[in-house]
Ligand binder design. Sequence first.
Ligand code: AMP
Length: 276
Amino acid sequence: MEVERNHQWSLNDFEIGKPLGRGKFGRVYVAREHKSKFVVALKVIFKQQLEKYRIQNQLRREMEIQKSLNHPNVLRLYGWFHDADRVFLILEYAHNGELYKELSKRGHLTEKHAATYILSLTKALAYCHEKHVIHRDIKPENLLLDHEGRLKIADFGWSVQSRNKRNTMCGTLDYLAPEMVENKAHDYAVDNWTLGILCYEFLYGVPPFEAESQADTFKRIIKIDLRFPSNPLVSSDAKNLISRLLVKDSSQRLSLQKIMEHPWIIKNANPTGICN
Ligand code: AMP
């Protein structure tokens, strides 16, 4: 069953269920479309908030980008509508919620789970890059899991559709590539860097350049102060992949294609993306 894409939606089309979470700009509820019985996540954003933070244009851009993407590892945006006070986004429902919660619950992931998520992410990013979309804000909070444990990239708040090198400061500290920390021009290779950071965080439970202060994290990123603790025990194949992604010269980072062919991925990842 699919949600009809070009329908003029309104709140009357949906039965609203339990709240799923609260974000910076609104709330998310599980909802069921009356006619098709299709279950979605309905994100409610107050127009007042959009005006207060002057992010109307950013949201429109985020929605246009996300609606144009159709990949099993990218959270679908089926459509949107608004009333006098609120904007509603009709999103694919990710039954298992945030990957971040799984990571905090388990401390760290198994190599099989980590490799499956990294492969799913790599495939999603290859698809986005083909469409000239750089996500730039990939972090565990923006990764959701569906009912089969399949990873979905969500939240295109910071993504840009671009063919040029960009040089605006954005993203989240621990996940920032050195060229972004140093406020230099950056391109698609920032997402490859983030894959290295996430791979480390999945396996060790903490991002690699974590420090007491923001300034210290910056320093560690710029120096590529990469250390592999002996506990938990992580395979040398995994460490090899991480080391080949966390490279200062962005042109020398392993390409998305090469990540998919890396021995650690081949040995450990489930190509269907299902993790349970
Ligand atoms: P956000 O405003 O996007 O940060 O969403 C707030 C919270 O709602 C998230 O942290 C998730 O736990 C939950 N959430 C958001 N979107 C979905 C979705 N499509 N499916 C399930 N849960 C979601």
